[in-house]
Design a binder for this molecule. Structure first.
Ligand code: DGL
Length: 270
């Protein structure tokens, strides 16, 4: 098949990657997309490098068998921890979120930035490392939010205990007086309504918009934009398609009709 007509694979541990997919889809409707929510392995954010590498390798192998032209790592945790280890192993394009976003944010006029992310992303210091590649005179304050992914996946924003967790994390990071706070986990933009109860909404930066632009520019540069076909969306999860379908409708405008990815297919090559 001509390369540009192949699908784009996108993955995350669950709902989070939809914040990236939504952005990409709004700008690029003619593509065929395959979204994979790895709900069986959720959350990624407390896993060690060897486990994340195994998980990401499985997902990349699945996408390779699906003959995609590109894989979008709509997941900060695997972009931070395993991208370097797998980036040269596949023939298709690979787009990691942090690395694509870092150059843009470093080009802006900030001197103090906060980052909210999962524990694994924060422990890797990936945001600090990649932003400092492009700009040295900047202070980055990193704060792990180990409970936030669960709050999004369970759709339990309004629970009082969870509200207090969110508020406390916010207070901790605000002590460093950042000019802006990067939402360094793709689940977190779904908490923006809650976050903006305490701090102005424009305090937060969702990397998805800039990430989607970078992906589109690079696809165009390599003549990989699918201009002719009408796009099709296929969605797989590794467990619980019903609950994914229900919760994804809260964030996405239509039913993604998630299908359970065949266990045998999923675990080939472990
Ligand atoms: N949404 C992903 C990220 O951006 C993974 C979160 C998780 O499963 O802990 O890091």
């Amino acid at each position: 098949m001509i390369e540009k007509y192949k699908s784009i694979g996108i993955y995350d541990s669950g709902l989070g990657g939809l914040s990236v997919f939504k952005e990409l889809f709004s700008k690029l409707k003619n593509e065929n997309y395959i979204y994979f929510g790895d709900t069986k392995n959720l959350p990624y954010g407390d896993k060690k490098e060897d486990e994340l590498l195994k998980i990401a390798t499985n997902i990349f192998n699945i996408f390779e068998r699906m003959n995609v032209k590109a894989v979008v790592m709509a997941c900060n945790t695997t972009s931070a921890v395993v991208y370097d280890k797998i980036k040269d192993k596949y023939d298709f394009k690979i787009y990691p979120i942090i690395q694509n976003f870092a150059k843009y944010i470093a080009s802006q006029n900030y001197e103090r930035l906060g980052v909210f992310a999962t524990s694994s992303t924060i422990n890797s210091h990936a945001y600090l490392k990649y932003i400092k590649l492009y700009k040295n005179n900047i202070s980055i304050f990193e704060h792990a939010c180990p409970n936030w992914v669960k709050i999004v996946e369970e759709n339990s924003f309004d629970d009082e205990i969870n509200q207090n967790i969110i508020k406390k994390d916010l207070e901790e990071l605000l002590k460093f007086r950042p000019q802006k706070i990067i939402l360094g986990c793709t689940h977190y933009p779904f908490l923006l309504d809650n976050l903006s109860k305490y701090v102005q909404r424009d305090m937060f930066i969702d990397p998805a918009r800039c990430f989607a632009k970078e992906i589109i520019n690079d696809l165009a540069k390599h003549d990989l934009i699918n201009e002719q076909e009408k796009g099709k969306i296929t969605c797989y999860v590794s467990s619980n398609p019903k609950s994914f379908s229900k919760n994804s409708k809260i964030f996405f405008d239509f039913d993604l009709n998630p299908m359970l990815l065949n266990e045998k297919e999923y675990f080939v090559n472990i």
